[in-house]
Design a protein around this ligand. Sequence first.
Ligand code: ATP
Length: 314
Amino acid sequence: MRLYSLTAAAKINLYLEIVGHRADGYHELVMVMQSVSLADLITVRSLSTPEIRLRCDHPQVPKDQSNLAYRAASLLASQFPDVMAHHGGVEITIEKKIPVGAGLAGGSNNAAAVLVGLDMLWQLGLTQTELQDLGAQLGSDVPFCITGGTAIATGRGEQLDPLYGLDTLYAVLGKYASLAVSTPWAYRAYRDAFIATYPDLAIARPARREAVQSGPMVSAIAHGDGPQIGRCLHNDLEKVVLPAHPQVAALKEIMAACGGLGTLMSGSGPTVFTLAESRAEAEQICQQVRDRLPDPDLGLWVTQFVPTGVQLVS
Ligand code: ATP
């Protein structure tokens, strides 16, 4: 029996700008993504029978073929039709630590870990670029989740420019367990509210990419300037998610009042994070938020920036 265990890191968005609407139905984005130390554990184990099995005991995670981890295995099996005959099938076990529907790319990173794990289990010898091209077929965040660290993501989020990483910063994450936000809903709501302001993409796309690449957030990251990173935090999706979910808006306000470098909603939410320069400061912020919001439904995590997305454990 052969088996690989991998950790798959959550991501937060330090910057998310919606540039406009693309002909393929997606939004054109300019984002700065960051991996953090909150991670799921994914195990891929070879089976003697040519099948894909999935195990996960989290009630909100689908166990069927709609699971992104299952879809990743299915995609590789279809791309390499003889692989199961040679190596057998696979049992995928997901130990969920990342909250579901949280704006932390929990499903995308499970798919990324399965692509990396099966590349080893099935001895496919794929390059990182090949894995990322396959990942882009599963979801826009999957290519980033494979490499992780710090990166500018453009296009629909799948085109990556890695940045020199910042593993000295911390992020306190806050999410209400009973609240999930659908990513497609958030983008639809944004389009409905702002479509009249969308620019001509042919002109705006290169200009916005260039503006962010040479702008203050990327410069702050290059200089390791935590306070400036905190000042540059931005997420366009807050404009639709916060008004629709006053509980998230209130959480953001309280977290911001508890100190740190800056506070933002991640992705389509509802996770909110505050940046801190040390673990001690992050733990202090976490405790203050807990004291002000003693709601058992509110999950809080102290995480550190990490330079990798998927990592082999054993
Ligand atoms: P993103 O930030 O990439 O938009 P998210 O963090 O907001 O994603 P996920 O945790 O990926 O959200 O879950 C979104 C939906 O995807 C869930 O409602 C769930 O039904 C489905 N899903 C499919 N596969 C998985 C998986 N492996 N883990 C978690 N959710 C999954």
